[in-house]
Ligand binder design. Structure first.
Ligand code: ADP
Ligand code: MG
Length: 440
């Protein structure tokens, strides 16, 4: 029928506009690499902030002793203590505690907020059980995960770039470094950490002498962790559709975080909603009238999209149920449900392939994108990825991994490992306190 043909034509157009053939992905990876160079060359030199983290020693697993972490990010903050037992034992014991921040403190002055945090922390330290031991003469050491953009001035100080009042997004700065540190603690070949959750970011280990904008002393390790803030990457090579333009215009931060708006969990479901709304309007996908709920921004979250995308039942029952329960669309035909799944597929795979291109851009920048030429050993390279999108959206993560392989080729990808960095970031700050301990 005419409706079907119209729906098919709209899907085809979406597919063409979202296409990410290998050649395009290589352009994206190259653009990422170029922006990395620019961001390292001078402050403000690129859309990529390429923030110097002052983390110049990642944990290697040998650390021993008692360390604390404090994680301030949302409406809660978490404190955590870990007893590290070295290579054999790793994390002997850990104890987390969550404290909710009284709402009035989140809009007040930062002095009051920090006073509150300090006393909650003091209380937590006072409750230290017998399994935790602080050697005589030592002070307790604490790592601080501050999930707002910070320009650091040393390992222990920094200036807040922007206090994001809405809390939440952009809140990935040090999570990314925490992911890198947490994964590195168990595997010394980890050199890139990526977050793919509500938002997205990447951090990696750079050679200290490849950071022209840094005029300080070179660290002993010769290395420095760079927090890329890659969510703000943009390039004319990114496949942007009308849906993406509209999403960006209507967002709280138009023109910013363009890469993030194409690949992260905050936005994938919303892009899908926009596509389905157009299909409802122009191809009567859900019948003669447009389902009113479909007009509500962000009603369709990425976990729902993922559940529909993974529906393996012959009649796409999950898709039918979600459309009915969430959007109030009853009795959808199998044809309609198939269109929805195809739209999920196009949007999720574009995101996954672009994220893969970003990772390959980083690997190119640090010379880990090809096998050793002289027949020597190619070093093993591990990329640790954390975040709910990567962890739970299997089609997304599978596509990301296969795309990295496709881009690197068989030989080079044989020494590149992409792995889930589950849980690493939660103890990452304590591990960084350990690797930067004044007692080592
Ligand atoms: P955050 O990024 O907010 O710190 P997480 O790393 O746990 O937190 O990621 C949560 C995000 O992951 C959600 O906002 C959502 O976009 C995505 N997500 C969670 N579960 C799923 C799922 N089952 N399928 C797809 N995406 C998911
Ligand atoms: Mg997170």
């Amino acid at each position: 029928s005419g409706r079907c043909a119209r729906a098919a034509a709209l899907l085809k157009e979406l597919e063409e506009r979202c296409a990410t053939p290998l050649g395009k992905l290589r352009q994206v990876a190259d653009a990422m690499m170029v922006e990395m160079h620019a961001g390292l060359a001078s402050e403000g030199g690129s859309k990529l902030k390429m923030l110097i983290s002052y983390v110049d020693k990642l944990p290697n697993g040998d650390e021993t002793g008692l360390f604390y972490a404090l994680d301030l990010g949302g409406t809660n903050f978490r404190v955590l203590r870990v007893q590290l037992g070295g290579k054999e034992q790793h994390v002997v014991k850990k104890e987390p505690k969550e404290v909710s921040i009284p709402p009035h403190l989140m809009v007040g002055g930062s002095d009051e907020l920090f006073d509150f945090i300090a006393s909650a922390l003091a209380e937590f330290v006072a409750s230290e059980g017998e399994d935790f031991h602080i050697p005589v003469g030592r002070q307790r050491e604490l790592g601080f995960t501050f999930s707002f953009p910070v320009r650091q001035t040393s390992i222990a100080s920094g200036t807040l770039i922007k206090w994001t009042k809405g809390f939440n997004i952009e809140s990935t700065v040090n999570d990314t470094i925490g992911t890198l540190a947490g994964a590195r603690y168990y595997d010394n070949d980890v050199i890139v950490g990526v977050i793919l959750g509500t938002g997205t970011n990447a951090a990696y280990v750079e050679r200290a002498n490849a950071i022209p904008k840094w005029h300080g002393l070179l660290p002993k390790s010769g290395e420095m962790v760079i927090n890329m803030e890659w969510g703000n990457f943009r390039s004319s090579h990114l496949p942007m559709t009308d849906y993406d333009q509209a999403l960006d215009t209507e967002s709280l931060n138009p023109g910013e975080q363009i890469f993030e708006k194409l690949i992260s969990g905050m936005y994938l479901g919303e892009i899908l909603r926009k596509v389905l709304l157009r299909l409802a309007n122009e191809a009567a996908l859900f019948g003669d009238s447009v389902p009113p709920k479909l007009e509500t921004p962000f009603i369709l979250r990425t976990p729902v999209m993922s559940a529909m995308h993974h529906d393996n039942s012959p009649d796409l029952k999950v898709v039918g149920t979600k459309l009915k329960e969430l959007l109030g669309i009853p009795n959808t035909s199998l044809k309609t449900r198939k269109v929805v799944v195809q739209a999920c597929d196009i949007i999720a795979k574009r995101g996954a392939r672009l994220a893969a291109a970003g990772i390959v851009g980083i690997l190119k920048k640090i010379g880990r994108d090809s096998a050793a030429k002289d027949g020597g050993d190619t070093p093993r390279t591990v990329v640790a990825i954390d975040g709910g999108l990567y962890e739970h959206y299997n089609i997304f993560s599978e596509c990301l991994r296969s795309t990295v392989k496709e881009m690197l080729g068989e030989e080079a990808s044989a020494s590149v490992v992409i792995k889930l960095a589950n849980d690493g970031s939660s103890i990452g700050a304590a591990l960084l306190a350990a690797s930067h301990s004044q007692y080592l």
